[in-house]
Unconditional design. Structure first.
Length: 985
C-alpha cells in the first residue's frame, strides 16, 4: 500500500451500428472519439460491446439498420473493432471484448452447426383407461426423440401462477399442472418407437397413466436477429446462440473467431491492449436446458440412466432469470419423501459439468491462442449451482442488476476467492427505471456494497453511442428504451463536471482492493441445486455482522479446488484463510460433503452447526441414502472441533473459541469491513469500512494488527498517518465517525516505523482535522464547541480546552447567486448528435434547495454555478487561524472553487475541506460550487416528443407503470464556514 494510488475504472461501451453517411462503420473516427473521451476523464478503457439494440429483439421502426451488412464479424464490424483496438493502443488504455454480439452468447454460424444451442421439448398425453397407447407419439417431428416415458399418475392438481405480464416479461403462463407419479412406475419405451413415430404401449388397466415424449433439437435461437433473404452467407442469418453445456458450443465460437476475426493485425492489437474476452448473463430461452452429450455425462457421473427420469426435470429447468413466469406446463413429482428432488439435483449437477467444459474450452483458448484471460457472468440465469462454476473463468463477474444485497455478493465472492480468483468483476450501475436520473452518489453506494463483500473490479454500465441514429430523436441512442440507467457520455452534464473525480475514486479503490489478498473470517456452507436468480439472503441472522465477522459462502463443489485445504486451522490458508466453517440448519449436505467437512475438522478447522442439524442434499446416485446421511452426520458431530449452537449464537461461539474477528466492529450502525493482506508477503494490509446506514454513525474497529495505520483518501490519492488509535495487546483500536453511506480506507504499514510515531489515543469532537509535520509533530485543527474529552497522546501528554484559544463559531454562507447553464433539445429533435442547446439564467437564492422546488428550474437540467462570498478573518474577537468549508451531503456531484482556485475532490458523503491555503486575509473571499444535474427532469418534460428507433420513449416505461417522478438536483442545505485554531503537539 506504500505505492502511489493508481486510477483505473473500466467503462462499458454499447457499440451500436449505424449505416447512414455519418455512421460508425463508415467513419470509425466516431469510435475513436468515444473511447478517447472515456480515457480523458479517467477510464482505464472500455468493454467493447456490439449491442445491436439488444440483439435486435427490441421493437424498432422501418427501415432500420442493415445488420446483415453491419453484423458481428462482418467486414464493417472488423473495421470498427480494429479502430477501437487502435485508439486504446494510442491512448494507453486496455480493452475487454465480447465474444459475440449482444450478450456474447453466440456467433454467426451455419444452421446445421452442431455447436448451436440444444433444447429438449416435452410433449405428453394420457394413456387410455385400459392403460394402452397406440398411435403416433405426441410431438412427433419436433426433433430427435430421446425418451418416451410412461408413468402411473396418483394425483393431479392445477396450481395458479401470479400474473406479472408486462412488456419486459410478456405472456407468462397463468397456471401449471402438478402430477404426482408413483415411484418405480417410470418406464422408457423409446426403443419401441417405429421409424414413422408410432408406438404400442400397454400398462396395467387398473391405474391412470401418462405418456411423456422428449425431443432434442437445435433452437436456432439468435442473439442477433437478422432474417435476410436469400441467405447468401452466415451473416444473413444474424448470430445463433451456442450450446453452453458442452465444449462443442465453445468450439463454434472459437472457429468463428479463427476464421473471421483473428487476422495478424487483430492478434497483434489484442496482444497490446486486450485483457479479457467476456460473456454477459445468459439470456437464451428454452424448454429444458439440454445438450446432446448430457445423458452420457450424467451416466458417467451418477451411475444410472437419465432418460427414464426426464419427466421430473421438465419444470423450472429453463432460463430461470429470463423465464420466471414460464416454468413449464407440467410439474412431475414422485410419491417419495424427497418428491424426486434427487433426480433433479443429479440432472443439474450433470448440466454444470457440461457448462464447465464449455467455460474451460474458452478459457484454454484465450490463454493458449491469445495470451489473454476469460471473464463471464458465470451461469447467471441457468438452473445450476452458480458457486460450482464461478472458478472456471479467470475473472468471474457478477452484476448490480441482480445482486442487490451484500449477501448476494458474498454468494459469488466466496467460490471465486477459494478458487484463486483474486479479481472479482462487476457490471455496475444498471438500475431499472433510472435512465438519465440516477445520481453518481447512488452509483457509489452500489459500488460500496459490492466492495463490502470483496468485489474489486467495476465495469460501468454503459457508454452509449452518441451520433444520429435511425428514427431516434435527441438525446440520441438510449439502450433498453429509457429503461435502465447508465447513459455516460458528453451528453450528460456530469461527464465534464464530476464524473472524472468519481472514476479516479473508483480506480483508487480498485487498486487497493486488487493489490491485496482478501482474508475472510468465516465460510458459510451453502449448496443450491439451482442458484436463486434473485439471490435471497442465505444466512438470516445478523450476529456475525453485529460482531464484525466477515463471511462469505462456499459450496461443497468448491471443496475439490486446489486451495481448499486446511493448514494451521485455516481453510484455504493461501487464499481467504477461513478460520471456521458454519453450517446452518437450512443447509443441505450429501454424505460425501459431510465426510469432507469431517476431514477438515480432523485437520484442525472449527466447524459450527448453527440452529440444528442440516438436511440431506438428495441424490438418486449410490451412497446418498438417508441412512448414510444420518450415519455420517452422527459421526461428524462426535468429531473434535465440531460444535453446535443456536441459530443466533455463531458469533458468540466463535468468541468462546477465541476466534475474534480480524476487524471487530462496535458501532451504532451497520458497518461492513473488508480486510486484505499484501499478496507480496511483506506484511502490509488494508481495511475498507463502509457505513451502510443512511445516518451518521459512531463506533470503533479493533483490528488484528499492530502495524502503523495510515488514512488513505481515495478521492484525492493522498496518504497520511492516522492520528487517533490505540494499541491494545496485539490489536489496534480505531475510533471512527462515519456519515451516511460513507466509507473509509485504511492501510497498515510494515515499513519499520511501527507505532513509535506520535499519535493520539483520545480526541475531543471539536478536532476537525490535523497535519503531520516532518519532525513527527502534529498540528491539530480545533473548532468551536465544548470538549467532550481531553486530548491524550501516545507519549502520555494530556491537553484540555485551556490549551487553545476558543475558535470562532461556524457560520452559514448566505446571499447565493445561482447561474444555470440549461441543457436543452435542439430545434430539430431529429438532430440526435447534438450534445445540447445551452442557455444561461441566473437566480438569487435565500436558501439552497433542490432545483425541483424552484419554479423556474423544476424541469431544468444542466450545470449550476453557485456563488457566495465571506470576509476573512471574522469580525468578532474569537480566534481563527484557519478555516474549513463544509457542504451539505452532495446529491450528485460538486466541484468547489475558492478565489478562482479549484479545490481537491470532495467526499460527497461528508464534503468538508480545509480551505486555509486558498483564503485571502482582509478581503471578501469568493466561493463557487459547480453542480451538474442529471438530465431526467428536462427530458421528462418533453418525454412524449421523444422516440427511440421509431418507438415512443415511454413504451417500456408505460408498461411498468407511471412515469418516474422528478429528481433532486443542485446543492441542498447549508454551506458552512468553519473556523479553527491550531494546537501543535
Amino acid at each position: 500500500m506504500r505505492e502511489h494510488f493508481k486510477a483505473l475504472a473500466i467503462v462499458s461501451v454499447l457499440a451500436t451500428t449505424h449505416a447512414q453517411a455519418t455512421g460508425t462503420f463508415e467513419n470509425p473516427a466516431v469510435a475513436y472519439k468515444l473511447i478517447r473521451a472515456a480515457g480523458n476523464i479517467g477510464a482505464g478503457g472500455v468493454e467493447f460491446l456490439p449491442f445491436y439494440n439488444y440483439g435486435g429483439e427490441l421493437p424498432m421502426g422501418e427501415p432500420g439498420p442493415d445488420w446483415a451488412t453491419f453484423g458481428f464479424g462482418t467486414e464493417a464490424f472488423y473495421d470498427i473493432f480494429v479502430a477501437a483496438l487502435k485508439v486504446h493502443q494510442q491512448q494507453g488504455l486496455t480493452m475487454d471484448f465480447v465474444q459475440g454480439p449482444n450478450q456474447g452468447q453466440g456467433v454467426p454460424a451455419a444452421v446445421d452447426d452442431d455447436g448451436l444451442q440444444w433444447d429438449l421439448a416435452p410433449f405428453s398425453t394420457a394413456l387410455a383407461a385400459d392403460g394402452s397407447f397406440q398411435g403416433i407419439v405426441p410431438g412427433w417431428g419436433t426433433g430427435e426423440l430421446v425418451a418416451l416415458v410412461s408413468a402411473e399418475v396418483l394425483s393431479t392438481r392445477n396450481i395458479s401462477l401470479e400474473s406479472t405480464s408486462s412488456a419486459v416479461s410478456p405472456s407468462p403462463q397463468s397456471s401449471y399442472l402438478r402430477m404426482t407419479l408413483r415411484d418405480g412406475s417410470l418406464i422408457n419405451h423409446v426403443d419401441g418407437v417405429a421409424a414413422d413415430g408410432t408406438a404400442q404401449i400397454q400398462r396395467q388397466a387398473n391405474a391412470s397413466y401418462h405418456l411423456f415424449a422428449f425431443y432434442q433439437y437445435h433452437t436456432l435461437s439468435k442473439n442477433l436477429v437478422v432474417e435476410a433473404q436469400p441467405a447468401a452467407t452466415i451473416f444473413d442469418n444474424g448470430s445463433y446462440t451456442v450450446d453452453h453445456f458442452s465444449k462443442r458450443g465453445a468450439q463454434t465460437i472459437i472457429d468463428f473467431w479463427e476464421t473471421h476475426l483473428l487476422t495478424p493485425e487483430v492478434e497483434h492489437l489484442l496482444g497490446q491492449v486486450g485483457v479479457y474476452g467476456w460473456e454477459d448473463s445468459i439470456e437464451a430461452p428454452c424448454n429444458i436446458s439440454w445438450t446432446r452429450s448430457l445423458p452420457a455425462l450424467f451416466t458417467d457421473r451418477y451411475g444410472y440412466d437419465l432418460h427414464t427420469y426426464l419427466p421430473l426435470v421438465m419444470f423450472r429447468n429453463n432460463n430461470l432469470g429470463l423465464q420466471p413466469n414460464s416454468p413449464g406446463a407440467i410439474e412431475c413429482v414422485l410419491d417419495t419423501a424427497d418428491k424426486g428432488q434427487g433426480y433433479i439435483n443429479d440432472y443439474r449437477g450433470a448440466l454444470a459439468l457440461g457448462y464447465q467444459q464449455y467455460l474451460q474450452a474458452l478459457t484454454d483458448w484465450m490463454h493458449s491462442r491469445l495470451g489473454l484471460q476469460s471473464s463471464a457472468q458465470v451461469s447467471y440465469n441457468l438452473p445450476m449451482d452458480m458457486a460450482a462454476n464461478v472458478p472456471f473463468v479467470d475473472v468471474p463477474e457478477c452484476e448490480s442488476l441482480g445482486f442487490k444485497t451484500v449477501d448476494s455478493y458474498r454468494q459469488f465472492v466466496g467460490p471465486a476467492v477459494l478458487g484463486g480468483r483474486n479479481i472479482v468483476s462487476n457490471e455496475m450501475g444498471a438500475v431499472l427505471l433510472e435512465a438519465y436520473r440516477m445520481p453518481l452518489t447512488a452509483l457509489l453506494w452500489n459500488i460500496h456494497r459490492a466492495l463490502a463483500a470483496g468485489v474489486n473490479r467495476f465495469v460501468l454500465h454503459g457508454q452509449d453511442y452518441t451520433g444520429d441514429y435511425y428514427h431516434t430523436t435527441w438525446p440520441g441512442y438510449t439502450a433498453f428504451i429509457y429503461l435502465y440507467s447508465g447513459q455516460y457520455s458528453h451528453k450528460d452534464p456530469v461527464w465534464d463536471h464530476g464524473l472524472e473525480e468519481a472514476l479516479q475514486y473508483i480506480g483508487r479503490l480498485q487498486y487497493t482492493q486488487q493489490a491485496g489478498q482478501l482474508r475472510t473470517d468465516v465460510a458459510v456452507y451453502h449448496k443450491a441445486s439451482a442458484t436463486d436468480p434473485f439471490f435471497d439472503i442465505v444466512y438470516n441472522s445478523t450476529d456475525l455482522e453485529d460482531y464484525g465477522y466477515s463471511y462469505n459462502y462456499i459450496s461443497p463443489d468448491n471443496f475439490d479446488l486446489p486451495l481448499a485445504t486446511v493448514r494451521d486451522g485455516l481453510l484455504g490458508p493461501d487464499g481467504p484463510a477461513y478460520r471456521a466453517l458454519v453450517i446452518p440448519s437450512t443447509a443441505q449436505m450429501s454424505p460425501a460433503a459431510i465426510w469432507k467437512v469431517q476431514a477438515y475438522a480432523q485437520q484442525g478447522l472449527h466447524v459450527i452447526l448453527s440452529g440444528g442439524d442440516p438436511g440431506l442434499y438428495h441424490s438418486a446416485a449410490a451412497g446418498s441414502s438417508l441412512k448414510e446421511f444420518a450415519d455420517a452426520l452422527t459421526t461428524l458431530k462426535k468429531t473434535d472441533n465440531v460444535h453446535s449452537t443456536i441459530a443466533t449464537g455463531v458469533a458468540q461461539k466463535l468468541q468462546d473459541l477465541g476466534l475474534r474477528p480480524t476487524v471487530e466492529v462496535n458501532s451504532n450502525g451497520t458497518w461492513y469491513a473488508i480486510w486484505r493482506e499484501d499478496s507480496k508477503g511483506n506484511g502490509d494490509a488494508s481495511c475498507f469500512i463502509f457505513n451502510d446506514a443512511d445516518t451518521l454513525t459512531v463506533g470503533t474497529i479493533d483490528v488484528a494488527t499492530v502495524l502503523t495505520p495510515y488514512l488513505l483518501d481515495a478521492w484525492t490519492g493522498s496518504r497520511k498517518p492516522l492520528l487517533l488509535y490505540e494499541t491494545i495487546g496485539n490489536r489496534t483500536r480505531i475510533p471512527l465517525t462515519l456519515h451516511a453511506n460513507q466509507s473509509v480506507l485504511l492501510a497498515f504499514d510494515n515499513s519499520g516505523h511501527s507505532n513509535r510515531r506520535l499519535h493520539a489515543t483520545q480526541l475531543p469532537r471539536t478536532v476537525l482535522g490535523y497535519n503531520y509535520n516532518p519532525n513527527n509533530t502534529v498540528q491539530l485543527h480545533i473548532g468551536d464547541g465544548l470538549w467532550d474529552a481531553p486530548i491524550k497522546l501516545s507519549d502520555g501528554r494530556l491537553y484540555g480546552p485551556s490549551s487553545v484559544h476558543a475558535a470562532t463559531a461556524p457560520f452559514t454562507l448566505t446571499g447565493w447567486t445561482l447561474a444555470v447553464e440549461h441543457w436543452e433539445a435542439p430545434g430539430n429533435l431529429n438532430n440526435a448528435s447534438v450534445v445540447a442547446v445551452k442557455r444561461n439564467t441566473t437566480e438569487s437564492l435565500a436558501k439552497l434547495i433542490s432545483w425541483a422546488e424552484i419554479p423556474s428550474l423544476t424541469n431544468t437540467s444542466g450545470v449550476g454555478l453557485y456563488t457566495a462570498s465571506f470576509g476573512w478573518p471574522p469580525s468578532n474577537h474569537a480566534s481563527a487561524e484557519g478555516v474549513y468549508l463544509r457542504l451539505p451531503r452532495i446529491v450528485h456531484a460538486a466541484r468547489v472553487i475558492v478565489n478562482g482556485k479549484a479545490l481537491p475532490a470532495l467526499d460527497p458523503a461528508f464534503p468538508q475541506v480545509d480551505i486555509s491555503p486558498y483564503v485571502v486575509h482582509g478581503r471578501q473571499n469568493l466561493v463557487q460550487i459547480e453542480a451538474p444535474s442529471t438530465m431526467w427532469n428536462y427530458l421528462r418534460s418533453l418525454i412524449d416528443e421523444l422516440t427511440f428507433m421509431g418507438q415512443p420513449a415511454t413504451r417500456l416505461l408505460d408498461a411498468l407503470g407511471n412515469l418516474p417522478g422528478l429528481v433532486d438536483n443542485g446543492i441542498i442545505g447549508d454551506v458552512q464556514v468553519v473556523p479553527y485554531t491550531t494546537l501543535l503537539l
